[in-house]
Each structure stands twice: as structure tokens, then as C-alpha cells.
Design a protein around this ligand. Structure first.
Ligand code: HPA
Length: 243
């Protein structure tokens, strides 16, 4: 079995999949952290790898950028490949003073300016949320690893460059949103619709208020901490997946 976007056979993905946006970062996770990793998909260069972490089967595959791309790949993993848990590992831009560059932000919820939820025909606004077993395991892992992190709301934006950035960012900040990225809300909605589990763990790569940004070297180090938190979370919920 394969899909227009994924050439893997059913059974080639582990129950838990880590999803960075960037295919090179997926390759990095597979090469540095997984044992016996093998490439199971490479359609459009969206590398998908399956290996083991401390003996536990784990896959890693890129999501691409934005909700439409994350929407396709996560839907297929949940619906056609029997994946139970997807953990997004990505970058985000902070809009809060207390949320600093290099901190991790764990999205308990993902607000969005996208129309993605309109497909569900709801008479109201859906609140995309993380799965508690994954979030709880990630918080424990971050505590154990001694990483600075915040748990709160993300904003999944349809635009990276927006005309009204200053006013829009301020309005979301007033609502307590920690940081802006572009994928988590689609992931959380697909998990909700398919009865599966999802979590976004992001590294703050830049600060949209102060203008501070991480250097390439710092990004590598802090992204490594994020990957470890995600892998330890995968390990904690392994054995049938979080329920
Ligand atoms: N906007 C959207 N996505 C991002 C940003 C941003 O400023 N920084 C990192 N990912």
C-alpha cells in the first residue's frame, strides 16, 4: 500500500512518529539518535525513517511547512499507516517577553488563523489541543533533562510574512499565546478527528518582539534538546501508544 505522498508499505512506520518540518532535520534525528534507521519514504524528498531508540521502534518523517503539508502527511500516517502518536518537533517565533530564544514551548493548545476546521461543519470554534499522555510525558522528560520550557498556547499561522504582523502578534500576545509556528493546529485536528494522539514541542528560534535570533550553532544544540525530549516522550508512551 502507498499513497500519492508516501511510498512506504503498511507496517513500515512505528506507532510513534516524530515530525520536524525540515527533511534534513528528520535525517539528522535518524542518523544521530536512532539505531538501525532505514529510509521508508522519500517521495518529494520528505524523508521518512524507522529505527529504534533505546530499543523502542520510532519513526521520523518531515511534515514540510504549513498546515496543508502537515495536514496531508499526518492524516496519512494516522489513517493509513496505523500510527498512534505524532510528535511535532519544530521551530517557533516567540511573542512573549518571558518566552526566550532557545526555550522549548510545549503546545497544550494551538490557536490558528487558518480555515482548516471549516471541513468539520462545526457550529462553533474548535479548540485544537495536545494529547495529555504525550504532554505529560514530555513535561517529565523536559524536567529530567533540565531544559527550560513553557506549556501554553501556540499560534499556527497560515502566513510567515504578514502585512499586519505587528497588530496581529500583539493581539495574540494579549491572549497569552507563547509563540508562532505554522503546523500544530492541523496536526492536533487530525489527531482529534482520527482518535489518535499528537503533541508539538517547538524550540524558540527567534523572538518577534526583541528581534533576537539563534545562531546556527545554538540552533543545533537547542534543537538537539528538543529531539531528546521528543524521543524520551516516544519511549514513555511506547507499547501500544498513548491512549
Ligand atoms: N512565524 C511562523 N513560523 C515560525 C516563525 C515565525 O516567526 N519562527 C519560526 N517558525
Amino acid at each position: 500500500m502507498s499513497t500519492p505522498h508516501n511510498s512506504a508499505e503498511k507496517g513500515e512506520f512505528a506507532k510513534t512518529v516524530l515530525m520536524p518540518g525540515d527533511p534534513l532535520r528528520a535525517k539528522f534525528v535518524a542518523e544521530i539518535f536512532l539505531s538501525d534507521a532505514r529510509l521508508v519514504n522519500n517521495v518529494r524528498g520528505i524523508g521518512g525513517y524507522t529505527g529504534t531508540y533505546k530499543g523502542c521502534p520510532v519513526s521520523v518523517m518531515a511534515s514540510g511547512m504549513g498546515m496543508p503539508s502537515m495536514g496531508i502527511y499526518s492524516y496519512e500516517l494516522f489513517s493509513f499507516y496505523d500510527v498512534d502518536n505524532i510528535i511535532r518537533i519544530g521551530s517557533a517565533g516567540s511573542i512573549r517577553e518571558d518566552v526566550r530564544v532557545r526555550d522549548l514551548v510545549l503546545g497544550i493548545g494551538a490557536c490558528t488563523n487558518s480555515n482548516y476546521a471549516s471541513q468539520y461543519g462545526l457550529h462553533g470554534t474548535f479548540a485544537p489541543t495536545a494529547s495529555w499522555p504525550l504532554l505529560s510525558a514530555a513535561v517529565s522528560a523536559a524536567d529530567r533533562l533540565g531544559v527550560r520550557y513553557h506549556v501554553g498556547s501556540l499560534l499556527s499561522s497560515d502566513t510567515f510574512y504578514n502585512d499586519d504582523a505587528e497588530e496581529a502578534n500583539e493581539a495574540w500576545r494579549r491572549m497569552g499565546v507563547m509563540a508562532i509556528e505554522m503546523e500544530s493546529a492541523a496536526l492536533y485536528m487530525n489527531a482529534a478527528r482520527t482518535g489518535k494522539n499528537a503533541l508539538a514541542v517547538c524550540t524558540v528560534s527567534d523572538h518577534l518582539i526583541t528581534g533576537e535570533a539563534t545562531t546556527a550553532e545554538e540552533r543545533q544544540t537547542t534543537f538537539t534538546a528538543m529531539m531528546k525530549v521528543a524521543l524520551e516522550t516516544a519511549l514513555a508512551v511506547s507499547g501500544g501508544g498513548a491512549s
